[in-house]
Design a protein around this ligand. Structure first.
Ligand code: 13P
Length: 393
């Protein structure tokens, strides 16, 4: 945790407090009372663009395709269909994903892993260019993954702040317009106050840095599905986590109109005996959003977290049965890709049919974003849960 977190706001120096460069008015007199002086906070030079980007990603009937698996995680996906984790196989799979004909109708943004941001398709076009041609904004995973959090109850923290500003600037040059930072909170392991504070602080620093470099930050404190707790416990933890996240986002002068959120839905733990209906998930999740998320935030893009494809779509649909102050949508990886990956199976002759499978999933979630999904004709594969204990992204 950054040392500055341990200071009270009154003791922070000005640039720490605002997270951006600030200039006191020339007539300001401090006399040791910095909190009585008002400062002009310099908005990010990208403020207008950030708002526009966030609105575009959060456009009606569209959501995000998360395809930012690290190479290690992508390797696990490929292994599940009997493929080796080579750059060529990752390239073939990612080419299939970005070039689904017509997918831009349902997908507004795609989160990429660094390798893909700089990668070409199998036929030599830049992946980023293919996305832009499809009317899809390229995004980039910028965190450096989870490591054990010393002094906690076997919890973790997310690395990646060192050098983040220059990486974000380079990613912007390469065509990325939004970013993702995923940290996790474990309910069975606590969560401890330390782990929640660290998660929230890291997200806020990242968000300020991303905005300063033109990237809309997706703020993702994933509350893991692991555990046998009931839905009320998840609700309580969601309230705690998001209260801290917004406290530090505000303290870091993050522009709320220029962020996107990626929360977990409020569900019972994966090992809980009592299951929840989509209506219950929607009720709890919307209640937590209403209590914690300002309407200035343009988009809530849920992760799927190990739910089956159909479950994730039904839950999203239930949340869109009434108007919401925000665009309530999806940013799924497993719940968009699963059937597609299985259908492909690494065989060139299956590429087209696998692309149709992804298009159908994207279309179902687009309908769910509009509250119009009826859930007919789904395959058995799409109904299979994908929860894995201790899942690493
Ligand atoms: P899942 O939808 O598989 O949980 O992935 C979400 C994620 O964090 C990817 O950005």
């Amino acid at each position: 945790m950054a040392a500055s977190l341990l200071k009270s706001p009154a003791l922070l120096n000005r640039s720490e407090l605002f997270g951006q460069s600030v200039r006191p008015p020339s007539s300001a007199s401090f006399h040791g009372h910095p909190t009585t002086v008002s400062f002009t906070v310099k908005a990010s030079a990208y403020a207008d663009e950030l708002v526009k980007t966030a609105k575009t990603v959060a456009s009606p009937g569209r959501g995000i395709l998360a395809m930012d698996e690290s190479n290690a995680t992508c390797g696990k996906r490929l292994a599940s269909i009997g493929l080796e984790n080579t750059e060529a196989n990752r390239q073939a799979y990612r080419t299939l994903l970005v070039s689904v004909p017509g997918i831009g109708q349902y997908i507004s943004g795609a989160i990429l892993f660094e390798e893909t941001l700089y990668q070409s398709t199998v036929d030599g076009k830049k992946m980023v260019d293919v996305l832009v041609e499809q009317n899809i904004m390229p995004g980039i995973k910028v965190d450096k993954g989870l490591v054990p959090l010393a002094g906690s109850n076997n919890e973790s923290w997310c690395q990646g702040l060192d050098g983040l500003a220059s990486r974000c600037a380079a990613y912007y040059q390469q065509g990325a317009r939004f970013a993702k930072w995923r940290t996790v909170v474990s309910i069975p392991n606590g969560p401890s106050a330390l782990a929640v504070k660290e998660a929230a602080w890291g997200l806020a620093r990242y968000a300020a840095i991303a905005q300063d470099n033109g990237l809309v930050p997706i703020v993702e404190p994933e509350i893991l599905l692991d555990g046998d707790h009931g839905i009320d416990r998840t609700f309580e933890v969601a309230l705690k986590v998001w209260a801290e996240v917004f406290f530090y986002l505000a303290e870091n002068s993050v522009l709320f109109e220029g962020i996107l959120l990626k929360p977990s839905m409020v569900t019972p733990g994966a090992e809980c005996k009592e299951k929840a209906t989509p209506e219950q998930v929607a009720e709890y999740t919307l209640k937590f959003l209403q209590r914690r998320i300002p309407p200035a935030v343009p988009g809530i893009m849920f992760l799927s977290g190990g739910q089956s494809e159909v479950e994730a779509t039904l839950n999203l649909n239930a949340m869109n049965q009434q108007p919401n102050p925000w665009h309530v949508s999806f940013s799924y990886a497993r719940a968009l890709q699963n059937t597609c990956l299985k259908t492909w199976g690494g065989r060139p002759e299956n590429v087209k049919v696998a692309q149709v499978a992804l298009l159908m999933r994207a279309k179902s979630n687009s309908l769910a974003q509009l509250g119009k999904y009826i859930g007919e004709g789904e395959s058995e594969e799409a109904k299979k849960g994908m929860f894995v204990k201790g899942y690493v992204y």
